[in-house]
Design a protein around this ligand. Structure first.
Ligand code: GMT
Length: 376
């Protein structure tokens, strides 16, 4: 199939899922066209089936706001015609589903019918999309999609609760490429540079937005290191980072916490981590937790949103109520205090991650594309 993938090119989970999906589809022989404003961070172009088309928004003094949706929909029309693309897969409703719908309509005028698959990722529904400024446009573009998918049952339920949606929503969970992880066992182990032998390594990776409850991450770690020698790896960047750095100083643990900023070395960092913290206010799925589990790293998380669908309580880690720092720290210590217990949780984490292997998930998307093409 010839598939156009529209996504955000940034470090965020939706862009990562879209990129990994496109690369695997290309690997299986499909022709993939990424259409976005910058080359996605995880996009490797060394595959003849992978194409990248940049959306440019020309600067013009009249434009107080750059009309990205307009430029994107025009680019979609041009690329569909040029490459005879058969299906549009847009990730994140705002503004991609909206622009995709406009492109569909323009193409229809020229006698070209192309189906649009929209994948909902979370904040496009629970935080941003639900804002009154966007809500009508988000409802409209979801309802006008030919196929709608969500990355968890929880996000599907939220979507029906928050929007007047008439479409059936297919739950297709996020995935992980386990083969790639095993092949990357050659990664040089930098553990000794980061921590002493007797120290446990606790890791958090996110975009450091409020929804991630970054102060909770620091406070949980503070309690852990009172009982167990440990280091905290903070990976990512965002509005809450400076606050977290200050909190570490206030708590006197700055020498035990390393702030990496945005990193392309997520796999290396996870390869030597012992525990992953994700105490988010809400999380439609929690891809970062799954990535950690794929590296056999157990997860301490909140129990909100789709997290219980990924992190199994008492198996791959533990779940606690949002904000219950004491419970999260206690559970972390339970896992970390003995090598044998940690080893058991590590094995379980990997076993749970195996359920989300891309090999199991990719055919679900392929089938939806085929059905959508047939019905259009
Ligand atoms: O919050 C983030 O980490 C970024 C955000 C995004 O839009 O990229 O992530 C959302 O989509 C990810 C991929 O499907 C999910 O794993 C995240 O749970 C989801 N974030 C939230 O729901 C807060």
């Amino acid at each position: 199939m010839k598939i156009a993938i529209v996504c955000y090119p940034t470090f965020g989970g939706s862009g990562v899922v879209a990129t990994e999906l496109g690369l695997e589809l290309a690997h299986r022989g499909h022709e993939i066209h990424f259409i976005t404003y910058r080359q996605p961070v995880r996009l490797a172009l060394l595959n003849p089936n992978v194409h990248y088309h940049e959306v440019n928004v020309p600067e013009y003094p009249l434009f107080h706001y750059q009309p990205y949706e307009l430029a994107l929909s025009s680019k979609l029309v041009d690329m569909v015609k040029l490459y005879k693309i058969e299906v549009l897969h847009v990730h994140y409703a705002i503004p991609h589903a909206y622009a995709g719908y406009m492109a569909k309509q323009m193409l229809k005028d020229e006698g070209i019918n192309i189906p649009m698959v929209t994948t909902l990722h979370g904040t496009d529904i629970t935080l941003v999309g639900n804002h009154p400024f966007y809500k009508p446009a988000v409802s409209f573009s979801i309802n006008k999609s030919d196929v709608v998918t969500s990355v968890s049952q929880s996000l599907k339920d939220d979507t029906y609760n928050l929007f007047p949606i008439e479409k059936d929503i297919h739950v297709i969970p996020n995935f992980i490429e386990l083969d790639k992880i095993r092949n990357e066992s050659l990664i040089s182990c930098q553990r000794s540079v980061m921590a002493k032998k007797e120290e446990r390594i606790v890791t958090h990776i996110s975009n450091f937005r409020r929804v991630k409850r970054i102060p909770d991450v620091v406070k949980i770690f503070y309690k852990i290191q009172q009982q167990i020698p440990a280091k905290l790896m903070m990976v990512g960047d965002g509005p809450e980072k400076a606050k977290a750095e200050q909190l570490c100083e206030d708590l006197g643990i700055q020498d035990k916490v390393i702030f990496f900023g945005n990193s392309n070395e997520i796999d290396q960092i996870l390869s030597y981590s012992d525990l992953f913290l994700l105490p988010s206010e809400t999380e439609s799925f929690g891809l970062a937790a799954l990535e950690a589990m794929a590296w056999s790293v157990p997860v301490i998380s909140s129990n909100s949103g789709g997290l219980p669908e990924v992190n199994f309580d008492g198996v791959s880690g533990y779940l606690s109520a949002v904000g219950d720092i004491d419970s999260m720290a206690e559970n972390a210590v339970t896992i970390l205090k003995e090598d044998a217990i940690l080893a058991e949780f590590r094995t379980n984490a990997l076993n749970v991650a195996k359920q989300f292997d891309i090999k199991n998930i990719l055919p679900l998307y392929e089938n939806l594309y085929l059905e959508a093409i047939k019905e259009t």
